[in-house]
Design a binder for this molecule. Sequence first.
Ligand SMILES: C[S@@+](CC[C@H](N)C(=O)[O-])C[C@H]1O[C@@H](n2cnc3c(N)ncnc32)[C@H](O)[C@@H]1O
Length: 159
Amino acid sequence: MGSTPPRRCSTAPPLKGSTIDWSVDAAATGLVDERYNLAISSFLACHLADLGKLYVEAARLTRPSGKVVLVDYHPFMLLKGVPTHFTAPTGEAIAIANVVHLFGDHVAAGCAAGLTLLELREQLVDAEWIRENQRLFGEPRLAGHLGHPVSFAMVWARA
Ligand SMILES: C[S@@+](CC[C@H](N)C(=O)[O-])C[C@H]1O[C@@H](n2cnc3c(N)ncnc32)[C@H](O)[C@@H]1O
């Protein structure tokens, strides 16, 4: 999300070997139908009230037999009241409101969008993660959540 107007698909150059530098609503990208082999949503879904629109958009963008990968914070962590936050390119620490979507909500939304769930994995906070946090941030962030689910990844297929 940003103040820069979205670059529309009709004027976008071929994407092979390039990156896209633009901001747009992930649930209404304006990109063309069925153009991509892979659509990825990374730590976004928990900020959206309407999960259905995100899955419909991801399914619309992917080619037949294409994949949709969705990674996000685990609903368990959100239900514990742990806020999500990230660092903006300016270095500013930002927290965005969260919406708890249970796995059943994801499955219902993905299936309704015509996707098939191939794989679901959940990540627990482990000792390695706590050590890495200590190295990066100088404090053992998440140490109090050792053994609890912190994130998950889903792989979906387009028919
Ligand atoms: C926790 S950050 C994740 C950033 C990045 N995707 C990553 O995995 O490191 C959440 C991001 O979601 C973006 N965001 C929130 N609502 C959005 C929307 N409706 N469409 C697109 N991006 C959105 C925010 O601007 C922010 O960059």
